[in-house]
Design a protein around this ligand. Sequence first.
Ligand code: TRP
Ligand code: ZN
Length: 479
Amino acid sequence: MLKLPSVFAIILTQLLLLLAGCQANRALPPAPLAVTPSVALKNNTGAAGLGDPLYPTLGNGGYDVLHYTIDLAVDMQSHAVTGTTTIRAETTQALSSFNLDFQGLQIQKITVNAAPANFQRAASELTITPATPLRNGEQFTTTVAYHGIPRAIDDPGVPFEKIGWLVYQPGIFVISEPSGAMGWYPVNNHPLDKATYTFRITVAKPYIVAANGLLQATFDQGDTRTYLWEMRNPMASYLATIDIAEFKVVTAQGPHQLPLRNYFPPSASQKMLATFDTTGAMLQFYSDLIAPFPFEAYGAVVLDDNFSTALEAQTLSIFGPNTLFDAAVAHELSHQWFGDSVSVKTWRDIWLNEGFATYLENLWVEHTQGQAAFAATMHNLYKSMKDQKLGPPGSPDVQGLFAPATYVRGALTLHALRLRVGDANFFKILRAYYNRYQYGNAATADFIGVAEEVSGEQLDNFFNTWLYADAVPPEPRAP
Ligand code: TRP
Ligand code: ZN
């Protein structure tokens, strides 16, 4: 398979031409926005999908997960896991059976409300039939005990990386966008069903486990240690991560006493550590620009090999070795607002993540390097879009999810909007959109709605030109 270097590393280093021609552009009407189960319900069977236009089998219908408790022992020699994932959920219909997404690994036992349950598996669909059917509106708990060696997942949306549970020389890391979570725990694997998480991960000493949220405790068992991590804000499954290595851990405090914890390779150079010295200033900048930082902690995991890009795991962005530069640090941080707190309703809305993070990373450039540097960057971004004839980012196909059109034309859509409605309206739009959809989900139409509401302008033509029409729009200019 073609191994592409990091999509955004390239964007950010102005080497976009390398990627010319590797994305599919299609003229499509705006995607329908209602998310409905993709499978007709019969006999109170929960749907096997959530109607995502690009990933019809991701997620499941009939219930809403409230909390995951992922309790795993990880053998760092064989990389096998043994343990139990406990899911607390609430039904949204009567259910005689329901599905989880889970790929690979051997299941030992499943219970629903403490009673053993029957189950069947077909590819990544796990169908559970409780001994007693569930009523509509009922809270229930299901446990899945399993073991085995998690395998990385090949996702057609991510041609540049394997995703999910990944092994490298120093240990293990997890990067799942979009579908990789189901390779290591049973899950309602779609951003529409966010939930809180507890991670209880046991490893041999001297390995260290990083995960999302706050480290609440460690338990010493002689040769092994258990790390208890809590994510107390809603999180999409693709943003869940556990990362295991003999890390060098560096802690600090950000603005408003926000705990910062960075996980570096033991051999980290001074230069590598210094990459993250700006995190506090960036946190301040984006908090002032958008809204207070949405979560209880922040930090980075730095990988020292095998990974060529970066991912905005919630509260714990993960960086490959060639993404250790300011704009990438800003990009992943800004995703915490746009992507992690406000998440997509469907994967087709991906420009709401990547276009926003690419534009916000450049707002940091504007803030630190001034107007002229910012204008030059925007002009270069426009030129690369034009030279590559980047198609519209509003309705990508699976292969186009993380293509340059999503990042570059997505970011330029925001820039064009800013020049069209003026700075005051533009930043009001960003804030209003964020505040309305924080800790939830939004689709492209939701953003357009806020933009029109706040600016008082009719923007259908504008957004059609930028998001859905094939032709490359003229360079955005101040009126
Ligand atoms: N969201 C990542 C970014 O910040 C890109 C990405 C998507 C990714 N899927 C991935 C990176 C899988 C690594 C692995 O641009
Ligand atoms: Zn991104």
